[in-house]
Write a protein that binds this ligand. Structure first.
Ligand code: TYD
Length: 146
């Protein structure tokens, strides 16, 4: 694994992950092991497909969940922000992932028709740890709200 840290100063918005291709002439193989190839143990896996270029997904921050996102097919874009800094990453190959720490606002969009966006998380699903209102998120980040 190679991790490129995009924002060494202050709060990290994301890290790019580059997974090894263990393929041979029979085809490709990518392995992701919790706490080895990504920074956490995997508690949950889900994948998003059937979205198109008109759809925006995500639009939330998580108090406890960290994620790794990989377009195992097709492509999509991910916007991450902490309310002050903002970055956009295109996910477009099965060997490329993005790690998103907790308390980062994220939006996924511009899905290609063949997009399958694999998401790995360090938590089991708990809807109550999601912050789905951007104004509320900004207030929390400024310390105006818990
Ligand atoms: P949502 O968080 O809105 O999806 P996205 O962030 O991809 O836009 O989730 C859609 C629905 O699925 C919502 O009712 C919650 C449910 N859900 C689960 O039950 N478990 C999960 O792990 C996830 C991600 C969603």
């Amino acid at each position: 694994m190679s991790i490129t840290e995009q924002n060494p100063q202050s709060k990290i918005l994301f890290k790019l992950l580059s997974f090894k291709d263990l393929g041979d002439k029979r085809g490709k193989l990518v392995v992701i092991e919790g706490n080895r190839d990504i920074p956490f143990d995997i508690a949950r896996t889900f994948y998003i497909y059937g979205s198109d270029s008109t759809i925006v997904r995500g639009q939330h921050a998580n108090r406890n969940s960290e994620f790794v996102l990989i377009n195992v097919s097709g492509k999509s874009k991910v916007m991450v922000t902490d309310g002050t800094k903002k970055e956009i990453v295109e996910l477009n190959k099965p060997m490329k992932g993005i790690y998103i720490p907790k308390m980062i606002w994220k939006e996924m969009y511009d899905f290609s028709q063949d997009s399958v966006l694999l998401c790995l998380a360090n938590t089991h699903y708990d809807g109550s740890e999601y912050i789905r209102n951007f104004d509320e998120y900004l207030q929390i980040m400024k310390g105006e709200k818990k």
